[in-house]
Design a protein around this ligand. Sequence first.
Ligand code: ADP
Ligand code: ASP
Ligand code: MG
Length: 412
Amino acid sequence: MALIVQKYGGTSVGDVDRIKNVARRVTLARAAGHDVIVVVSAMAGETDRLIGLAQKMAERPDERELDVILATGEQVSIGLLSLAIQGLGYRARSFTGSQVRIQTDDVHTKARIVSIDADRVRQALAEGEIAIVAGFQGVSAEDEITTLGRGGSDLTAVAMAAALAADVCEIYTDVDGVYTADPNIVPEARKLDRISYDEMLELASLGAKVLQTRSVEYAKNYLVPVHVRSSFNDNPGTMVVKEDTTMEKVVVSGIAYNKQEAKITITRVADRPSIAATLFGRVAEANIVVDMIVQNISQDGSTDISFTVPKTDYARTQEIVRVILKEIGADKVIGDDKIAKVSIVGVGMRTHSGVAAKMFETLGREKINILMISTSEIKVSCVIEAKYTELAVRVLHEAFGLAREAVVEDTV
Ligand code: ADP
Ligand code: ASP
Ligand code: MG
């Protein structure tokens, strides 16, 4: 008998029939003798609908109230699933984030989990019940409702699995697992049987939304075995696991893209010490996370600086920069929100050379201009014009041979 955490995403609980399908799957695991904790998301589209409603009331809704509104989506799902399971003759009990006691900090809309006191859930399991936990929500020390950032139900599931030392955390979604690229834009994408935490972390943070970034971080820290699979069939999915030596032989494991960032260029910035500190200090003070930064070579004592920020912070960042233009001796601000970042990821890059060059060549052959580049040990990212995103992902997928079984290269 195992202890299993199962998480079902929005599409998997998108309507009454799908919730009944989830109930059947959950009860099969229970009937096999396992203890089951189920984490559910809001029904498909519900979180977006709730955000839309809030925005009808206020241009920039107060984040405490926004969390009060957003948390309702998951609360509906847990109640409905609990009823569906009871309807199949099993015992089930729903829990909100605050009832479990998923304690978070007080940063509304992107709270971090501080601790989990899962006694009530343990008690429910001990009494033979299936525990149904609302994803995405927690409670602050001051008893305020908080949410964990978009896609946060993945984090709830992984954190519950860690807190209860579950045997596995199964993430049920609308695709069969983690693919070499988003299967909805690359039909030839191949499902991976296994992927390392580090590669999954890069793919997630570079845009592959199949798992929320922080959930992968949490899984890596607590060594939670995560199995990503479909809620619509019984195919084995992808295991997210600790890296082993065979993984290094695959140079590129996956490709991700992100269209949610915008580029800001400041022209003729004074080229002297502490200017970058002033500029990025102001941006950071506004809690805006900067991703890529490029600074040109200096000409006549001035230089151009470009950087990217989330599209949601695009307008605000431009306002901030405009205010300090004089202070940093700059000329003007130019914005571009029609960009995309395309990235290749693989732990094998640590031991193979020429990977970035191959990426640039491939994009060049398609006449796709590269606007910015950044690299780390296991990834290369290029910012390009947004209209070329799908093309870029497809040609890179082809160039690195990802549709076929992974090519094992032994040369360094
Ligand atoms: P859920 O509602 O179940 O949480 P999400 O929509 O958050 O599901 O994540 C699943 C989606 O992630 C898929 O439908 C797919 O379009 C997208 N996706 C992006 N990159 C990948 C990838 N490399 N492998 C699998 N799915 C991916
Ligand atoms: N319902 C939340 C969202 O749409 C959390 C989740 O689905 O994981 O972001
Ligand atoms: Mg998701």
